[in-house]
Ligand binder design. Sequence first.
Ligand SMILES: [Zn+2]
Length: 340
Amino acid sequence: MNLKKIFTISITVIIFLIIAVVTFLLQPSGHVQDFQKWIYQPDHKQQNLENQKVLPNQLTVRFFGVSTLLFDDGKTQILIDGFFTRPSLSQILFKPVHSDPKLIAQIIQDYDLKRLNAVFTSHSHYDHALDIAELGIQQPVKIIGSESSLNIARGGKVAEAQLQLIQPMQSMQFGEFKVTSIPSQHTPPTAVNNDLGEIITHPLQQPARFSEFKEGHSFDYLIEHAKQKILVKASTGIVPNQLKGIKVDTLFLGIAQLSRQSPEYQQQYLEQTIATVKPKVVIPIHWDNFWEPLPLNQPLDFLPYVADNTSKSMQNLIDYAEKHHAQVQLLTQPVAYPIQ
Ligand SMILES: [Zn+2]
């Protein structure tokens, strides 16, 4: 075999291997159906309520993927994070991103967001805050977050009177909802989000590169409503002992990249969350493939292998939660889940 032939074969093999690896990395890391036992199925009564859209005297939550959660008591709504547009991976890699105003208008109509009082951001990465400016333009809602999150809203020309800088450990009241922000920690950085603690210092106009959505510090939210206590923790990171003394009924727990962390890290994360706040119900969040649009009538997909091994992260969470006598409920679509 001459040298030229060896070279050609080697290049072909390398290209083939690269294609095989990329194809594998973009595969979903498991299937939500494998966790059927834990998937919340709305019963007949709830399905009726589903048609009414408004659920009188019943506190519900709808999960829109990542950590976008709409809490609704029939009178008042609050939203944790604002991410509906979900640009594709190729858009993220090769183009600046922007909110889809038509989609936001549709969401406002479909979920009756005229009753939405406030949007709280967990941090300012695009998969948490891309749509807060568009929401603030289309609805007169308060936007509460770090300076970075407020600068995302300012970039969309949201009125200054709608913006409220987060005050750590201070509570805010909206209708029956009392919301307290708790300083938190982001998931350990990766090559693409190595910007923890960095701040968006100027109004961020869209379209903007995803990397311009700097983290700008992370927060958890304690939500109190009548007798219910709920904690939303979007990122897989903790400030040691920060949640000591807090007990909740329902915990929304971010598990993105949990499986990628060391066993010690995973143990500490679950100990400082589930074992500390002792929830009756744990609802995993930040496990879906947010490079796909929000599916209308089918479940969200798991993250691809390039981002996490979601089956593993999910199983680790379930094993730990069940050992601690907490029930796991998996929300896979934006159906109204009754909190009780
Ligand atoms: Zn983030």
